[in-house]
Design a protein around this ligand. Structure first.
Ligand code: XMP
Length: 513
């Protein structure tokens, strides 16, 4: 699709995706690929440049991930980062050996040769190092560009090939001018013009969707979340009435969620939307069930049954749209023995089984979450939808601890709405990653007026996280917490105590069930 492609070879770095993100921030389209991709395949993809990620290995280990050495003969610019630099130098005749001491953390970089790569770069600056080996002697074909106190060869360039290496990590925020190096590499070395824009993406994707689906109909499940909303909005733009949206209200949604979906898609986009009110069906199936995983399974199963029935009723439906994002693609594509550890949080039960027999349309497969949000804004989705915190497939069922009943859900929904409203009003919603209330199966003693009460407890949870794998509790201002607590206790019948969850993940999880 996009002519300006840059490939990031994955040598097992924890920062592979971050490198891809940084490249895209320069408006250059970028994809992460396996380190052992063949030179022929690279030639077909015709990238403007290649970046070798770092990685935990040492080039001399028998199992160290290598690249096809013919890559260097393609005359495509290569930037090796950390292990990537060592591999490039090693392959092209340099000597790599263990450093005197493993270096981890901040270091001061002195640029000794302000070559293209360091154009506009401060002569002295902070960089982030994390390595055990380093390039020691170089073949006569490399020249050094920069050094640190402990690493005499912290950046190199090949004299006759467009090959560069840097021992530090330009992609992390601890290297404050790292973006400049990537920008210099992309623009000056690779000749990229920075044509990757969300608008270009929309135009190209609209064409691709039209070509893929022809005159058939596409079913698109809406969950109330950002990804499915953006996916649906893009499809509606591409093929209008050929999209049939299905939203199943399982009764576990937050306050106003169903109305927001209906208003956005039916009233605003004029999309063909079926709203299935299935709350009673789900509640009946959940009756008496207290085990969290059991609740998830039941909700997943009932959802698939209902969705299947709804989909069957749509004539000519041939495709199913899914809001799969790029991180999901990389993570699920990572083979067990691939270099990057496959880490995935997904215990998603909202997924639909392949047996439904539809062909998939996944227009967001190449995007990161923040790009999806930008795309949503560009497509005219309301900010409320685009900036929504993630919400689990089983919804409030896993925030209503123990057995789920309509009454408990109503109590929880009220408390949750009060909390989120206060967060919005205080300008904290966008500063936090996920926030919600949990109804605990705990009664405690209180006083109200002259009387003694014995009522429920609500916990409020608010976290900061980049990847939802680890999370820190949000340090919300005390006066905000006080307002939330007072409002919940005053306005939600049956609640006389509010507690704030100050556990980080790990060892706790974000959800309580
Ligand atoms: P935990 O609780 O595992 O949550 O720290 C991490 C992220 O995953 C979400 N989550 C789920 N999402 N179905 C989902 O679609 C689920 O069953 C589920 N459980 C947790 C959670 O909200 C958080 O964003």
């Amino acid at each position: 699709m996009n002519q300006e492609l840059v490939l990031v070879f994955d040598f097992g770095s924890q920062f592979g995706q971050l490198i891809a993100r940084r490249v895209r921030e320069q408006n250059v389209f970028c994809q992460l690929v396996r380190h052992d991709i063949t030179a022929e395949r690279v030639k077909e993809l015709n990238p403007k440049g290649i970046i070798f990620s770092g990685g935990p290995s040492s080039v001399y280990e028998a199992k160290a991930p290598k690249c096809d050495p013919k890559i260097f003969d393609l005359n495509i610019p290569v930037l090796g980062i950390c292990y990537g630099m060592q591999l490039a130098c090693h392959t092209l005749g340099g000597k790599v050996a263990p450093a005197a001491a493993r270096e981890y953390g901040r270091a001061t970089l002195n640029v000794t040769n302000a070559d293209q790569l360091f154009r506009g770069y401060p002569p002295e600056s902070t960089v982030w190092m994390s390595h055990g080996d380093q390039v020691h002697t170089m073949s006569g074909d490399f020249v050094p560009l920069a050094s640190t106190d402990t690493c005499p060869v912290a950046a190199v360039k090949h004299t006759s090939r467009p090959v560069y290496g840097i021992q530090f990590h330009p992609e992390v925020s601890h290297t404050p001018h790292g973006g400049q190096i990537l920008a210099n590499f992309l623009r000056d070395v690779c000749g990229c013009r920075g044509l990757w824009k969300i608008q270009t993406f929309i135009e190209e994707t609209v064409q691709t969707i039209r070509a893929q689906v022809g005159d058939k109909r596409v079913i698109c499940g809406l969950s109330g979340g950002v990804d499915s909303a953006v996916c649906a909005a893009l499809l509606v733009k591409a093929i209008g009435p050929q999209v049939a949206c299905i939203y199943v209200d399982n009764g576990m949604m937050r306050e106003g969620e169903t109305d927001l979906v209906r208003h956005t898609f039916r009233d605003w986009y004029k999309a063909d939307l079926s709203v299935v009110h299935a709350s009673e069906h789900f509640l009946a199936a959940l009756q008496g069930v207290t085990d969290p995983q059991e609740k998830r399974k039941i909700i997943g199963r009932v959802f698939v049954e209902i969705f299947k029935n709804e989909a069957k009723a749509i004539p000519d439906a041939h495709f199913l749209a899914q809001g799969t994002l790029y991180p999901d693609v990389i993570e699920s594509g990572g083979s067990k023995d691939g270099p990057a550890a496959t880490i995935k949080l997904h215990h998603n039960v909202g997924g639909l089984p392949a047996e439904l027999g539809f062909e998939l349309v996944e227009p967001l497969r190449d995007l990161f979450k923040d790009e999806v949000r930008r795309l949503g804004i560009e497509l005219g989705l309301p900010e409320d939808v685009v900036w929504r915190h993630p919400f689990p497939g089983p919804g409030l069922a896993v925030r209503c601890l123990g057995e789920v009943t309509a009454e408990k859900l109503a109590t929880l929904r009220k408390a949750d709405t009060i909390f989120l409203d206060e967060l919005h009003k205080a300008g904290w919603y966008r500063k936090t990653s996920q926030a919600f209330a949990v109804l605990l199966p705990v009664q405690s003693v209180g006083v109200m007026g002259d009387g003694r009460t014995y009522e429920n407890t609500v916990a409020i949870r608010c976290v900061q996280t980049d990847d939802f794998m680890t999370a820190d509790w949000s340090h919300l201002p005390h006066d905000l917490l006080a307002r939330v607590s007072t409002a919940i206790i005053n306005r939600v019948k049956g609640v006389n105590r509010v507690v704030y969850d100050i556990s980080s993940k790990p060892p706790a999880t974000i959800e309580w069930e």
